[in-house]
Write a protein that binds this ligand. Structure first.
Ligand code: ADP
Length: 374
């Protein structure tokens, strides 16, 4: 397959909406990149630009080594897979797979070769004579992929392919897509608004907002080192707690992080205290829900006093929705702590949440991540 490269790509719609702004991104040959972001951030527009369904208004798009801006959809040879598979209900699986090849006028033996090849890869050789309603949802999705695969496309474009499936099937088909990508080595650009899908599928994930890529990185790096407060708040479920804070250096070399209704103290001598003492402006403190513990954590852990507002027991873990101890109930900032197992917590109960200073994130007022620690 081929690589895809966006070089300073712009899309301004005729009405004046700037849907894509100076976008740079490279999808390597054989890579699966997930584009994730809230509704309206430009995900579908980007896919349509690659497919050739919308003209690019600035910059360059490369498919393989060719500049594709002015190529027709057909010349680009990319395969788009949508949410509804739109299989022909009265054609057999074989008929569905053959159709795009017949349309292209391929020779009979070439059609048979490609259908057998795709059916083998997708493990649907046993159901070639069935019609779609005799297949499971996962098998239907595979046939839809197969219909794209037989065309031997340069890349696959997937636009929210799982959004019409129920929760259980979604997990199944997600695994199918990952497996298919591995077996075919296909280049894939996959769009979703669902961060779980992005984190579980992407070799790399590009987080989009307002037509711009805020960060593109492997899932683990996005989670551990978000470059921006928006990314931090978008990736992770429940998302990172983000709280306005002020840094006050103490005489002993430590730091107090003052929040509305509470504070955290970072001890002198820690790398975090050293980094924090260099921060002078107001900023936003970020703590992942799972970084909190309701008992003493690692040596040097800092404590924040909170009061429980609401508790969710999920079986394997408990989500405690809390407010800061010195603030009135229900007044922001509200935090979520994710505690392992089943905790007997009650509304109104005071709680001391411990957090390792190494797990703190800091963001400048404009959202940019500030370095904390080594
Ligand atoms: P997403 O897929 O992330 O929800 P879209 O790519 O559909 O976002 O839309 C990005 C922006 O472009 C939005 O502001 C949307 O209203 C606008 N937009 C999308 N399609 C068109 C169009 N055909 N004409 C004008 N504006 C559009």
């Amino acid at each position: 397959m081929a690589r895809l490269a966006f070089e300073h790509v712009e899309k301004v719609y005729p009405g004046g909406t700037r849907a894509v702004v100076d976008l740079n991104l490279e999808v390597a040959d054989g890579e699966l990149i997930v584009l994730v972001g809230p509704s309206g951030c430009g995900k579908s527009t980007l896919l349509r630009l690659v497919a050739g369904l919308e003209p690019i208004t600035g910059g360059r798009l490369r498919i393989g080594d060719r500049v594709a801006n002015d190529l027709s959809p057909r010349e680009r040879n990319v395969a788009m897979v949508f949410q509804d598979y739109a299989l022909y209900p009265h054609k057999t699986v074989r008929g569905n797979l053959e159709f795009p090849l017949r349309m292209r006028g391929l020779a009979r033996d070439e059609i048979e070769r490609r259908v057998a090849w795709a059916a083998g890869i997708l493990d649907i050789a046993g159901v070639l004579e069935r019609v779609p309603r005799q297949l499971s949802g996962g098998q239907q999705q595979r046939v839809a992929m197969g219909r794209a695969l037989v065309r031997e496309p340069a890349a696959f474009l997937l636009d929210e392919p799982l959004s019409n499936l129920d929760a259980k099937l979604r997990v199944e088909v997600r695994a199918e897509i990952a497996d298919l990508q591995r077996r075919t080595g296909a280049t894939m650009l996959y769009v979703t608004h669902d961060q779980t899908e992005a984190m579980t599928l992407g070799h790399r994930v590009a987080v989009l907002r307002a037509g711009q890529v805020l960060q593109v990185a492997p899932p683990r790096e996005l989670y551990e080192r978000p470059a921006d407060a928006f990314v931090a708040g978008f990736i992770g479920n429940p998302p990172m707690n983000l709280v306005p804070a002020r840094v006050v250096a103490d005489a002993a070399g430590g730091v107090e992080l003052r929040l509305e209704g509470g504070s955290l103290t970072v001890d002198a001598g820690t790398p975090q205290a050293r980094a924090l003492r260099a921060v002078t402006d107001a900023m936003v403190l970020g703590v992942r829900p799972e970084a909190f513990a309701d008992g003493p954590g690692a040596a040097g852990s800092t404590v924040v006093d909170v009061v429980v507002d609401h508790v969710e027991w999920l079986g394997h873990e408990t989500l405690a929705h809390v407010h800061l101890g010195a603030a009135a109930a229900g007044v922001p900032p509200r935090l979520i702590a994710r505690l392992p197992g089943l905790r007997e917590l009650e509304r109104g109960q005071p709680l001391a949440l411990h957090v390792d200073p190494a797990a703190l994130h800091l963001f400048a007022a404009d959202g940019r991540a500030l370095p904390v620690g080594p």
